[in-house]
Design a protein around this ligand. Structure first.
Ligand code: HEC
Length: 156
């Protein structure tokens, strides 16, 4: 059943993605958000094995800074990312309620496998499990928007 749902959601997604030069409409975005939160993004109940300490937050920030910044900005809120708004769907603010309402397990799943089809890549095999779990902790404590400046790759 799970498989079937995932497969039909994927077809649905592919259909949506097929004709996209314009940003997704409101209804489409709402529908997609519902589908992701309730159907396609599993792993709801897995708990973050790392403790939420200043050290893990710093580790998460560092891992985030190597890779995720290119699209999400240092602050996870797109600061300084030149093309963020032009992707379809656009790069969301990771501080938004939509993103924060995922469970830790769902966030880990998103980081592992990405969101298909969209610009959000999977990181499994690129970053270690520990790095990804520390990123989940960093995502729960994102710094204020704009406070981290522009990612280095876009400053020159
Ligand atoms: C190549 C650009 C790119 C990179 C690199 C990237 N992302 Fe994303 N990310 C996106 C886009 C585009 C979306 C929007 C996807 C969607 O809504 O379908 C997204 C969405 C997300 C979401 C929200 C998903 C949702 O359903 O709302 C999270 C959480 C996220 N990214 C975290 C990360 C983290 C953490 C990293 C680093 C490990 C990362 N991203 C790397 C482009 C990127």
């Amino acid at each position: 059943m799970r498989r079937l749902l995932t497969a039909s959601a994927a077809i649905f997604l592919a259909g949506l993605a097929g004709c996209k030069a314009t940003p997704p409409g409101k209804l489409e975005t709402k529908t997609m958000t519902f589908i992701k939160h309730h159907i396609t993004i599993g792993n709801k109940n897995e708990k973050d094995p790392l403790p939420d300490t200043p050290e893990t937050r710093a580790d998460g920030k560092e891992a985030f800074g190597h890779y995720c910044v290119a699209c999400h900005g240092m602050d996870g809120q797109n600061t300084g990312v030149p093309f963020g708004g032009n992707m379809s769907p656009p790069v969301p603010s990771l501080a938004s309620k939509t993103v924060q309402s995922y469970t830790d397990g769902q966030l880990k799943r998103i980081l592992d496998y990405g969101i298909k089809p969209s610009g959000m890549p999977g990181s499994k095999g690129i970053l270690s499990d520990d790095e990804l779990w520390s990123i989940v902790i960093y995502l729960r404590h994102l710094p204020p928007k704009g406070s981290q400046g522009v990612p280095e790759m876009y400053t020159h």
